[in-house]
Design a protein around this ligand. Structure first.
Ligand code: LLP
Length: 423
């Protein structure tokens, strides 16, 4: 992890900013997003595709981290967005993203959501079924607009990732079956007020090898050729997101390898390529800082339990996907202690409220602080206030300076819009 330095005096530094005294000012737990890292990751990604002279649109998958400061930063870098709800659409508009740069994905878009998107004439709606296609045509006619669409295809390719985040298998709910794709695209070209742009594929998330992508892209290239042979116009191929990062020992997806793969398969098609990365951009740019509340031993044999003040309500990924996140102590003095296998847990009374099992770390004691790494994607967005735990404060590091980008949720706000019925 090149963005982390352990300094003998300053302790753990994140992108050169020492984390040692943060909780004195802001309390604990705290999220920290490093905007400098996010920017450089975006630039690295776009450079990889641009050097291949590809006609490429990068649509950041808002769901990974929807904070306005992040959307604003990426929009200023030139990114478009991939949204999945009216809420995400409103967030995108809030930071003045051009509707033309918005792509709307999702298997269950509601009529009011589609209506809002069509009225705004957003760049592209990724259609997941024939039923949705007909509804879009109807709404577009009613509003007197033309809706630009791509058909999301289910290529029946195994992304070989965690089963809960695989989306491209026939057994998954996503997309239109590959075999029906051409027929539905023909139908789209005959429907009123529909502008068929092309096809879309997204096979899953946290994909660390290029093989599944290759399989899916080859199928998509074939489909584009078939459609054109039938005289149908195809100008866009949306390749989805899913680029993996390195949580443990997985190799981070190499944007150059992906760009080369796409270039190799699609260059002869003369087509605009879209990608929808979320995790790859923002994951490594965020951490969750937490304090040790208690160190307890449940017997001489078992590793000690280190109970944090952060829990599954803050970072759900370990509980939900058995996800492995790196953990680094913050204070310099901790690094002088002996290494020991420790269980790192949250305080919630569920056995899934776990951050790490038997993790080899310097001995942790009460009030020590640790950073949970790679928490920028699917971290804060998936948090709740379960156990009446207010959601943690969010900080942003920008030009090595610190900004509070969202205060800690107040206790008051946990219940202030609840009512007790009388009688
Ligand atoms: N496009 C579509 C249509 C998607 O469904 C997703 C993610 C993305 C793009 C962005 O994928 P990414 O580049 O971030 O892998 N909560 C899970 C991940 C769920 C991903 C859902 N779809 C986790 O914490 O691992």
């Amino acid at each position: 992890h090149p963005d982390f330095i352990i300094d003998e005096k300053k302790g753990l530094c994140f992108g050169k900013v020492p984390l040692q005294s943060l909780t004195d000012h802001y309390g604990s737990p705290v999220w920290v997003i490093n905007a400098d890292i996010l920017t450089s990751r975006f630039q690295k990604l776009s450079k990889a595709f641009l050097q291949n002279k590809m006609d490429i649109s990068i649509h950041y998958a808002v769901k990974a981290n929807d904070h306005l400061a992040i959307l604003d930063l990426l929009a200023k870098e030139g990114a478009g967005v991939d949204i999945v709800s009216l809420g995400e659409l409103k967030r995108a508009l809030k930071v003045n993203i051009n509707p033309r740069k918005i792509c709307f994905s999702g298997v269950g878009k509601r009529e009011e959501e589609l209506k809002a998107a069509i009225q705004l004439e957003i760049g592209q709606i990724n259609v997941e079924s024939r039923e949705e296609l007909h509804l879009i045509s109807k709404i577009a006619m009613d509003t007197g607009k033309k809706a630009a669409i791509c058909l999301r295809i289910n290529p029946d390719v195994d992304a070989r990732t965690h089963h809960k985040i695989t989306t491209g298998l026939a057994e998954n709910k996503f997309g239109i079956a590959y075999e029906q794709a051409l027929q539905v695209y023909k139908e789209a070209s005959q429907l009123d007020n529909i502008l068929p742009l092309g096809f879309d594929v997204h096979i899953g998330s946290q994909i660390s090898s290029v093989e599944p992508y290759k399989k899916a892209f080859l199928k998509m290239a074939k489909l584009v050729k078939q459609a054109r042979k039938e005289g149908l116009e195809v100008s866009v191929l949306d390749c989805g997101g899913g680029f993996g990062i390195s949580y443990y020992d997985e190799k981070e997806s190499d944007p150059y390898a992906l760009a080369n793969l796409m270039q190799g398969i699609f260059s002869s098609l003369n087509i605009r390529i879209c990608i929808e990365p979320g995790r790859w951009l923002v994951g490594p740019a965020g951490i969750l800082i937490s304090k040790v509340v208690r160190r307890k031993n449940n017997g001489p044999e078992a590793p000690p339990f280190i109970i944090l003040d952060a829990a599954m309500n803050d970072l759900l990924r370990p509980a939900m996907y058995d996800a492995w996140h790196g953990i680094l102590p913050i204070q310099a003095e901790i690094y002088k202690r002996p290494l020991e296998k420790q269980n790192i847990d949250g305080p919630i009374c569920e056995s899934s409220d776990i951050f790490a099992r038997q993790r080899l770390l310097p001995q942790l004691r009460e009030n020590d602080e640790i950073a949970i790494l790679d928490a920028g994607a699917y971290g804060h967005v998936m948090s709740s206030s379960y156990n009446a735990r207010p959601q943690a404060l969010q900080l942003m590091i920008k030009d090595k300076r610190l900004f509070v980008i969202k205060p800690r949720q107040t206790f008051e706000s946990l219940w202030n819009n609840e009512t007790i019925p009388n009688g």
